[in-house]
Design a protein around this ligand. Sequence first.
Ligand code: HEC
Length: 247
Amino acid sequence: MLYRGLIALWLILIWPALTWAEDRLVRLHADEALIETGLMKHILPRFSLKTQVRVELVGPEAAQVLLARDGRPLFEGAGAIWKLDAPGAGHPGTDKFVAWLKSDVGARTIQGFAPEGVALFGPPSAEEPEVATLDYDGDAAEGHRVALAKCTRCHAVDDKTRWSSIGSTPSFSVLRTLEDWDGRFSAFYVLAPHGAFTQITDITEPFPPERPSPISPIELTLDEVEAILAYVAALGAADLGQPLEHQ
Ligand code: HEC
């Protein structure tokens, strides 16, 4: 009898209280450099006061929410863009905390942290797409082959492809006459329009699922980009005298 009574008491009083407590606790991992700025001591009590959800700082493995270098850019300052990742999404306290961090109130609280009267954090700037540095010692003959296979859908890459490509797209020999031709060819895969349909092995991010490549994608290795660079460098020597003839 007493035993049943205890179980009933547990179910009615203690168990709900425990899950209630668990719903109102978020385990957060923040990067050490971020903690050192004092930002957590500024924002966490304000969040807890407003929502009655407590935030505990833990190591990365136990965390439901992480503020570090991976995930969605949230704010910038103290030398980095800080990103939000929420492996524990779906838990009530976690969802409240994430919603608060993304909200205007959360952003204002973060940007309101100004220890010496100077705000340390602001909105994240757009990240520069990564571009690899290239050499010119690629294989020019290989570059010619790759360009014929992958660029002639739009560009004239030599005399023979002059008529088959899209007339409004600059030919390689015209591009070669530009002073910064090498920068353009080294980075063509992040320059419009190529970013939307070009993948460089191990360099570019996969196309976002909501924006798949509009045309059958072009895939190249960095070696192939270097080879194209060598091919275009060699093009110049032959063609620079009469560049516009190829238009
Ligand atoms: C689907 C069509 C298409 C394909 C395929 C294509 N390009 Fe282009 N490319 C363009 C267009 C259009 C422009 C002109 C963009 C402009 O003027 O803003 C361009 C411009 C360029 C430029 C000059 C970039 C600049 O901003 O000045 C380079 C370099 C270039 N392409 C390299 C390549 C290489 C190398 C390949 C093959 C691996 C290739 N393109 C494949 C359409 C294409």
